[in-house]
Design a protein around this ligand. Sequence first.
Ligand SMILES: Cc1cc2nc3c(=O)[nH]c(=O)nc-3n(C[C@H](O)[C@H](O)[C@H](O)COP(=O)(O)OP(=O)(O)OC[C@H]3O[C@@H](n4cnc5c(N)ncnc54)[C@H](O)[C@@H]3O)c2cc1C
Length: 308
Amino acid sequence: MDMTKVLVIGSISDLGLIGLAQKVESPEIHYLLLGGGDATQLGKYGVTKVYTLSAQVDEASLAETLVNLISTNNYSVIITPPVNKYFKTTIPIAAQKTSAPVLVDVLDLKQGGNTFEVTLNGVGNRAQVTVKVTDRVFLMAPPARFKPVEKVTTVTTESLQPKAITGIKVVSTEEKPKGKVRIEDAELIVSVGRGFKKQEDLKLAFELAEVLGAEIGCSRPIAADLKWLSEDHWVGLSGHKVRPKLYMAVGISGQPQHLAGMMESKTVVVINSDPNAPFFKNCDYGVVEDLYKFVPALTKKLREILKK
Ligand SMILES: Cc1cc2nc3c(=O)[nH]c(=O)nc-3n(C[C@H](O)[C@H](O)[C@H](O)COP(=O)(O)OP(=O)(O)OC[C@H]3O[C@@H](n4cnc5c(N)ncnc54)[C@H](O)[C@@H]3O)c2cc1C
C-alpha cells in the first residue's frame, strides 16, 4: 500500500499529536517544528523529516510557508494543536488556499483508501460526530489526547525560508490596549447572564469576584447584544473557551452554546432563580435563589471568612 503523507505542526511539547498521525494507515510522518527544540526526539516516534523555520514569522507568512510545503509534498493529513491565537489565523488561510476542510476537537481517525473517517466532539460537546472526508484534511486536537507509539527512525531536518503571503495585504496593525482581560487563563471566574436586570447591577458580581480574586465572564447577550461588558468576557461557542478551577454562573440559563465554552471547568456553581434552568443539569453545586438576594449575602459571608 502507498504511504500516506502526514504533516504535524507544533512545538516540541505537542508531540502527542504524532499519536493521531500514527492512526493513518502506513503513514509517512513529517513535523513542522515551531519554537525550537531537539528534533531527534521526534525520531523516537517514527517521524522521518523535521522542518524548522529559518526566521520568526507572523501568522500570514506561516500560512504561506505552509501552503508551499503542503503543495510541494502533497500531504493528505495536516495535524495541529487546537485553535490558539496563532493557528486561528494561520490554519484557515492555509486550508482555504489548499482547498481542504478543517475539523476541530478530533477524537479519532480511521482510514480506508483515500477516505478518512474522523470522529470529533460536536454540538457544543454534547455529541460525538463522525464525518468522512476524502483527499486532504486539516485536523485540530489537543496533543495530550493521544499517546504516540515508539518507533525509532532516522530523522532528516530542513530549515525553511519563510514565504511572504500572497493575496492578502496588511493595511495596518494596532496594538491591543494593555490590561485587557485574559479570561482563557483565569483560574476563578464569576460569570454573569441576563438574570441581571440592569448594567449597574453587575456591580454585585464584580464585588463577589473581587473578594474571590476572580475574573468576570459573561453570556453572549451581555457582551454581544446589551454590550454591558466587552467581548473579552464572553464565554461560549462563539466566545472564549475557559477551563478555570471554579466557574460560578450567575443568572445564566445554561444553553448548549454557553456550555460549550466552559464545560472543562473543574467545579461549576450555578445560581439561578428558576429550578428548571438547564444549567442545573451541568453543575457541581446549584443554588435556586434570586441572585439579588444570594450574591450580596455570599459576598458578605466570604468577606468575613476571607477577612477582606
Ligand atoms: C450560533 C450561536 C452561537 C452562540 N454562542 C453563544 C456563546 O458563545 N455564549 C453564550 O453565552 N451564548 C451563545 N449563544 C446564545 C445562547 O443560545 C443563549 O441565548 C445565551 O447563552 C443566553 O444567555 P443568558 O443565559 O444570559 O440569558 P437567558 O437565556 O435569558 O437566561 C437568563 C437566566 O437568568 C435567570 N434569572 C432571571 N432572573 C434571575 C434572578 N433574579 N436571579 C437568578 N437568576 C435569574 C433565568 O431563570 C434564566 O435562566 C449562541 C447562540 C447561537 C445561535
